[in-house]
Design a protein around this ligand. Sequence first.
Ligand SMILES: Nc1ncnc2c1ncn2[C@@H]1O[C@H](COP(=O)(O)OP(=O)(O)OP(=O)(O)O)[C@@H](O)[C@H]1O
Length: 712
Amino acid sequence: MSMLRMNSDSTPLTFVKGVGPEKARVLEAEGLGSVRDLYEYFPRRYLDRSRLKSIGSLAEGELVTVVGTVSRAEKERSSSGKALFRVWLSDGTGNLVLTWFRGAVYFSKMVRPGDLLAVHGKVGFFCGHAQMQHPDFDRLQDASAESGAKGVSDADLFHTGGIIPLYPVTDAMKKAGLDSRRLRAIILRAMESHPAFIDEHLPDSIIASHGLLEINLAYRQIHCPVSSEMLERAVHRFKWNELFYAQLFFALRYHAQKKNNAAVRFERSGDKTALLYSLLPFSMTDAQKQAVREIYRDLRSGSQMNRLLQGDVGSGKTLVAMFSMALAVDNGLQAAIMAPTEILAFQHWLGIRKYCEPLGLRVGLLTGSQKKKERDVILSGLEDGSYDLAVGTHAMIEERVRFKRLGLIIIDEQHRFGVLQRKALQDKSVNPHVLLMTATPIPRTLCMGAFGDLDVTLIDELPGGRKAIVTRLCHENSKPRVLELIRKEVAAGRQAYIVYPLVDESEKIDLKAATDSYLQLQKDLLPELRIGLVHGRMKPAEKELIMDRFRQGDVDVLVGTTVIEVGVDVPNATVMVIEHAERFGLAQLHQLRGRVGRGPEQSYCYLLYSRLGGDAAERLRAMEASTDGFRLSEIDARIRGTGNVLGKEQSGMVSGFSMADLNRDSEILDVARDAAFRLVDDDPQLRNPLHRGIRNYYTTHYHEKFSLADIG
Ligand SMILES: Nc1ncnc2c1ncn2[C@@H]1O[C@H](COP(=O)(O)OP(=O)(O)OP(=O)(O)O)[C@@H](O)[C@H]1O
């Protein structure tokens, strides 16, 4: 839990009254070797005794804390024969019955008659008796303890009222008699003997304008809150700290990037962009136009673009990417777009060729599986400049791929590439402009937390004329009805996908499920339809062939694994059936569903499940209730945690927080980000003496990630 590592000297624990050498040794072994460590050992939670009630005064439905002694504790059996554990708690004003239906055996070992418990929960009444089920509880005094805990008086425990911190206690601490109460006493003494111990690092101006608690007061209120309001302010101060410094890191990087990375100005808007615009068979959405405007502004600015283009599935990001590439060519430069899979790269290549070849542009495809001869032609074309655009997979970052004058790189599904892969592509030229694209919407706060140094463009509008996809959750027994709908849609000239989960392409059992289903559909279930199968273990050429047949309309139903998840764009497909939908993550489900609803026809998504429980039910219901990718990714972040939603590599900054939570603290994030960027606008190298505290703090904590020297 230790959160803020301070850089001044540490005072050993033996300077704290009540900590002898033995306890000091145990604490040190647990990472609490100094007074500073104690300051930073934050409570796990709090017991709000300011709302403490006596048992005699309890009312139905209220959420309260009650302190009492265990008079009876018994394991019983319910009428259905299940073990349950019942405890009678008395405080002189009445009895409260506590019941545990789950974990009866575990709890029966923890609670004994004579224990003094503080319990927190919702009050119910049964046959006139006050009850609580599965209460939170803390043992304030153990029945087996010798007469009270040494060094802490009862007065300290029960009569002060207020909010009581509960500290995390390890087994070793417990063995040495260092329970939560004891720690509390030690920490309080440490704070009393070493007040104003931590140097305030934020200037008065920030403290005052943001109404923050001074740092020592914040520590004091975290450990010994005088009221819930003060505790809230202390928590707010520490959240503010975390978010402010993380955003300061981004602000410094952002400024350094703008200052140091001069890039070619794309000054000319020439024929290619104009022609592309005139060739479009539809009109662009306002959001697409705005995105193109923002990107063009960067490309003309003279400093390197570093922009993240976010949009929901099917929002038309590729078109925006194409306009960026056309501007590069108008300015005599080449552009490259890298995608994570061959299917996606191939599809981009088809799409980009469709619009860009009529403009006279030559578009080369580079993938790992292509034939050497074909590849050599493209390699030399990119090197001598006869090819204008390159589309490919990570095969594009290989050493022998060279460009004559690469001015813009676009990375699709950027989170599927590592930092080094992105950099390798970037290194093929001097400061090329960079456009990152993501098809999985990232909630706003998470985006700021993880990509705070990027400019972000949002396409928050789908092309007009699209109907909302009808999503239904069905038990797998209803599959015949779903197949009937597929029949009807195919009869009307449309196509369908049936997707099987495949977490890992090497899982043969899953693969078998997809293959078996394909055979069964072909032979028995939909014998009159043309069924295709695609999965990750096929050779790229085989995959391409079948995808191509589906695209051409020569296959009615494509059975596949998640290789069709991202980017596949066949607007004529109107049915997506996801088998074992409970096994997919929310982002993946949304991506899969996004393969339909891409044309003007009504589309359907059927989520088939075999068993629904826990998070899976929540995920699938969320899918049924919403088609908004941003909303779904917020729900996903809440269910799985922000780090999981961003992926390992991108969650570095976000996972460092111990107090702030990007799902909940968006207001603080906005304000702290604004303060950090304003500070760096005024004082880009933090040289103002008033910012010395911030500079020191930053250097101690963030130096390794981005040194102030890099700002130069
Ligand atoms: N303004 C528009 N009006 C109508 N159709 C459009 C428009 N913009 C793009 N499209 C079409 O919408 C489909 C989706 O576009 P695109 O593939 O660029 O989406 P995307 O944002 O990359 O989606 P995904 O992330 O799901 O692959 C394509 O068939 C494209 O031709």
